[in-house]
Design a protein around this ligand. Structure first.
Ligand SMILES: NC(=O)c1ccc[n+]([C@@H]2O[C@H](COP(=O)([O-])OP(=O)(O)OC[C@H]3O[C@@H](n4cnc5c(N)ncnc54)[C@H](OP(=O)(O)O)[C@@H]3O)[C@@H](O)[C@H]2O)c1
Length: 245
């Protein structure tokens, strides 16, 4: 069995997920890096981390919209590392769903990554997490509290993930703690953001800047490793933005 605590991070190959992976690894964890299409980035990251500590990182593919993926993914992580101490539900789909243009396929896609897979991953991981006295961190969004205009289905799916956090905190206690991190503006979507919209968003953020992926990663680390008496909480990492929505 692996001696280091083992944490599974979904969507861990790039962007915020990769920052979470790096930060947890630097804190002494072994990391299971899940990815769907970013195989090259996931492999490069695992190689980099294994070069600093042998056998401390491994990659695991999986399309989270598939029914079989959560069970298979947790099974593969346990087969490789022999234990599981933490699950970070970071993978996410994000795009607008304007009224009149939204299809059932959009709904299924947005709910699959943001709410459905996190539930089934948590369910599959529960026996191992109970045994390890582990923890789950769900990456939600400040827009789970108050909807983002034009993004009804995304906002609904993240609100479901907040409810999952609270419900599992009750159902998995006392062995497993379950919390969430709600980022504000950290990285603009890969598709970009119009400059004016970006400036308007920063203008409504009390700390007057975007956050760094490492800010999210440190909140995740704290909730996983040090927040021994905290469960069912959502920690905003948003520069105060939610105060001004
Ligand atoms: N970026 C921000 O400023 C911001 C703000 C608020 C909340 N958040 C939340 O913070 C988290 C990280 O944000 P991010 O911007 O870094 O996320 P992202 O780039 O939008 O997505 C992260 C990863 O999710 C994976 N993914 C998406 N759909 C999937 C599916 N059906 N099956 C498997 N994997 C899937 C993708 O992996 P592959 O690349 O391998 O396909 C993708 O790289 C997300 O939960 C997001 O909602 C971010």
């Amino acid at each position: 069995m692996n001696k280091q605590p083992v944490i599974l991070v979904t969507g861990g190959a790039r962007r915020v997920g990769a920052a979470i992976v790096r930060h947890l690894h630097a804190a002494g964890c072994a990391v299971a890096i899940h990815y769907r299409s970013s195989a090259a980035e996931a492999d490069a990251l695992a190689q980099e981390l294994n070069a600093t500590r042998a056998d401390s990182a491994c990659t695991f593919p999986g399309a989270l919209e598939s029914d079989n993926t959560p069970g298979a993914l947790v099974g593969s992580v346990l087969a490789h590392f022999g234990r599981l101490d933490g699950l970070v539900n970071n993978a996410s789909a994000f795009y607008p769903t304007p009224i009149g243009e939204t299809t059932a396929a959009h709904w299924n896609d947005l709910f699959a990554a943001n709410a459905r897979a996190p539930f089934f991953l948590a369910q599959a991981a529960t026996p191992a997490l109970r045994e390890a006295r582990g923890a789950i961190v769900n990456i939600v969004d400040i827009y789970a509290e108050r909807p983002l205009a034009g993004h009804t289905v995304y906002s609904m799916a993240k609100a479901a993930l907040v409810m999952l956090t609270q419900a599992l905190a009750r159902d998995l206690a006392p062995e497993v703690r379950v919390n969430a991190v709600a980022p504000g503006a950290i990285l603009w979507p890969a598709s970009g953001k119009p400059e004016e919209a970006a400036e308007a968003l920063i203008a409504k953020t009390p700390l007057a800047r975007k956050g760094e992926p490492e800010d999210v990663a440190e909140a995740v680390r704290w909730l996983l490793m040090d927040a021994h008496y905290t469960t069912g909480q959502v920690i905003r990492v948003d520069g105060g933005r939610a105060l001004n929505i």
